[in-house]
Structures are given as C-alpha cells and as structure tokens.
Write a protein that binds this ligand. Structure first.
Ligand SMILES: Cc1ncc(COP(=O)(O)O)c(C=O)c1O
Length: 408
C-alpha cells in the first residue's frame, strides 16, 4: 500500500470532516452512493460557472467548449472499462437507465414467447425489473440461478442453465448486498460459444476493482457514476460494437436523429443514436473528474486498502456472536450485510447507530429475491469506500454493541 495515506485521502472529501448528531460522521453507506472529492465538486462548479452551454448544438464558443468537455469523458470511461473504442460507451443517467436500455433496445426486438433470460437471485432490482417487462409483455421466461451457501455464485450453474432458447444472461459483477464477486469471464466464455449475450451490472464492481470488458468478454456492462465518487444522475453502458449496430433507438428526440421529415426520419449513428435530448452535461463532466481522481490514486492502492478494510471489518463483525452475517464468499468486496439476534429490526439498528454518527443502509437493498433466499425481509449493510478506516470499523462495532445492549 505504498503512497496511500487514507487520512490524506479523507481531506479530499469535504463532507467527511462534518459531524452528525454531534459525532464525527462515519459514512458506511457507500454501496448506496459514495461521497464526492473536492475535485469533482470543483469540476461541476467550474462547468456551471465558467463553461456551460448546451452541447452538440451551437457553433458558439461556449457550446464548443462544453461539447469538448462533455465528449472528452467518453474516452476516459472507455479506458476505465477497457473498451477499445470510445463509441462503444453510451452515456446514461446510471445503471438503471443502462440496463433498461439494453432490455428495451437490444433484447426486446429479438425475443419471442418462450425465449429465456437467465438471472441470478443476487441481482439488484435494476437488473431484474427490465427483464420482467419482457416476461410480462413478450412472454419471455426468467430462469433463476441460486447462490451457494457462502453467498458465491457458481459460474457452472449459470452455464448449465443455458439452453437452445436462452437469449441473454443478466448478471451482477458484484453483489450490492454480500459483496460477492462473480466470475464473469468464465460465464461469458461459455455463453459466447453458445451465441448467448451477457449483460453485466457493474454498478458495484467498477468502484472496487479494475474492469476490462474485452478481457471479460461481455456484450453489455453498465456502471453508475454516483457510486464512483461522481455526481448523481450520470453513468455509462459499454455495448460491444457488433451489438451496438443492432440496437433499436431507445428514446426519440434531439441529437439521435440526422433528419426529420413529416413522413420519414433518418437516425444518427451510435453512441448518439441512444442519447436523445439534452444530456446530463455537467454530471458527465463530474464523472470524468471522478475517474481521473480514482486513477490518480491507482487501483493497486485502492484494492490493497479495501482488502485490508474488508478483512478487518469481517474479523470484527464475525467476532460478535450476536450478529448474523449474510454472504462470506471468498475474495468478496468491502460490503457486509447483517442482522442482530434479539428484537432489533435492521431499521432499529440503523436508527440507533445513527445516533453515534454511523451511516449504514437498512432494508431490502433493492434485492428482494436475495432477501427471500436468506429468509429475511431486510438486513443492515455496512459498505466501505476508499476513504474509510479501521478506526471507523471500530466506531461501527461500538455502536452495534450499544444497540445490542439496548435491544438484544
Ligand atoms: C448492484 C446494483 N445495480 C444497480 C443499481 C442501480 O443504480 P442506479 O440507481 O444508480 O441506477 C445499484 C444501486 O444501488 C446497485 O447497487
């Protein structure tokens, strides 16, 4: 972990020095949304206060400048995800948008009643509901793959489920509930041999590990900017060139057309074909700054720091025999879900530890099939980012002990 000083990193995030309820903020809700470094806040401020105009529209100075700044992020995202061509990056408002776009623009026109979509029980609703639409509207069959007792996903079970009617495998790269990481490459290699497309929800993984979409061999990979230390309302979807050529337009409006007549329209080429209307100009510029920030720290430092946090948090949480942990997959990322023995509901736990300044998420985490698998309606989730510390894990544990004393 050379050159990584977490206390210096924390200085980059203004919100981390604030207090909550008279206590230093311990922000462990990163799986939901991450805090923003000053460079991202500055990039957004500068874009609005000095360099703002609509993009792709004008011939004036500011419009050209805003267009350059906005379009310049496409190449950064392509490099960040290992895509070879920046035109394979479609801007979005987040993973929810990206996954819905894949379902609606690519799969909907080519799915027939009885065709199958393979899903896993650990998907976020954003990677479930768009496929349910195709079940409801077009008679697609959803085939669900269960997870192993330790919370991992056996890639062979996904591969074995592929049949002659399988059209798509929709799978998360990293669970937002358990932190389990999925062996996408093995799944995608087998899927490719059978002519089945793989759509990956990379909302969590892209924050915690380097991603290379070409090496993974997937057709679609969605990310969301606000978890990546960027602004809310931005994200991107990698779409492999061959699939991009097959995409039906998602939304109609400005930018995605070439000519509009009374009886005929001609369309723009991708990526603009799939980016109708005035986009999230400033948010995307902020995402570019966030990617620069993460790359400036470097994956070696980020992954080493987070591996240490994951190990330490796991050790502390497992040490409390009144907690039940959900998902202990080997190599998992920095996310822990748990419940407490006794009468404390996850919502109570979250409310009580909030009094100590500790922010965690409680609920079903938009992953109800996974809650059903675990036989619970909700859990508490502590999810870590690159700025969290071992000391914060200790504050979390002290707050949980207090909660256990009160409600256990
Ligand atoms: C695994 C996963 N997928 C998808 C999403 C949806 O992301 P967004 O709401 O930013 O579109 C989330 C966000 O919680 C997530 O954790």
């Amino acid at each position: 972990m050379t050159n990584f000083d977490v206390h210096a990193i924390r200085q980059d995030f203004p919100i981390l020095s604030r207090e909550v309820r008279g206590k230093p903020l311990v922000y462990l809700d990163n799986g939901s949304s991450a805090q923003k470094p000053q460079v991202v806040i500055d990039a957004v401020t500068k874009a609005y206060s000095e360099e703002y105009a609509n993009v792709h529209r004008g011939l004036h100075f500011l419009s050209n400048l805003a267009t350059d700044n906005y379009e310049g992020v496409r190449g950064k995202i392509a490099r960040f995800l290992g895509a070879k061509d920046e035109n394979e990056i479609i801007y979005s408002t987040g993973s929810t948008f990206g996954l819905n776009m894949v379902a609606s623009s690519w799969l909907a026109p080519r799915i027939e009643a009885g065709d199958e979509i393979i899903l896993t029980v650990m998907e976020h609703h954003a990677n479930i509901v768009p496929w349910h639409f195709l079940r409801e509207r077009q008679g697609a069959v959803l085939k669900w793959i269960d997870i192993e007792p330790d919370g991992s996903l056996d890639p062979q079970k996904v591969i074995d489920a592929i049949g002659p009617k399988t059209k798509m495998i929709a799978v998360s790269h990293m669970s937002n509930v358990t932190g389990a990481i999925v062996d996408i490459k093995t799944i995608a290699t087998a899927a490719r041999e059978k002519g089945v497309a793989v759509c990956v929800d990379g909302s969590q993984s892209a924050v915690h590990m380097p991603v290379d979409v070409v090496d993974l061999g997937v057709e679609f990979f969605a990310i969301t900017g606000h978890k990546l230390y960027g602004p809310s309302g931005c994200g991107a979807t990698y779409i492999k060139k061959e699939r991009l050529a097959e995409m039906r337009p998602f939304m109609g409006g400005g930018d995605m057309i070439r000519d509009v007549g009374k009886d005929v329209i001609t369309y723009n080429d991708p990526p603009h074909l799939l980016e109708a209307g005035t986009p999230n100009i400033v948010q995307m510029i902020g995402l570019g700054a966030a990617i620069d920030y993460m790359e400036g720290i470097g994956w070696d430092a980020i992954t080493a720091h987070e591996a240490d946090l994951t190990a330490y948090a796991g050790e502390r949480l497992r040490g409390a025999n009144w907690l039940n942990l959900y998902g202990e997959a080997p190599g998992k990322g920095a996310i822990y879900s748990f419940t407490m023995n006794g009468s404390a509901h996850p919502h109570d736990i979250s409310t009580i530890i909030d009094q100590r300044g500790v922010a965690v998420r409680a609920g079903h985490h938009c992953a109800q099939p996974l809650m059903e698998h675990f036989g619970v309606s909700a859990t508490c989730r502590a999810s870590f980012g690159l700025y969290n510390t071992r000391e914060e894990v200790d504050v979390l544990m002290d707050a949980l002990e207090l909660c256990h004393e009160l409600m256990g």
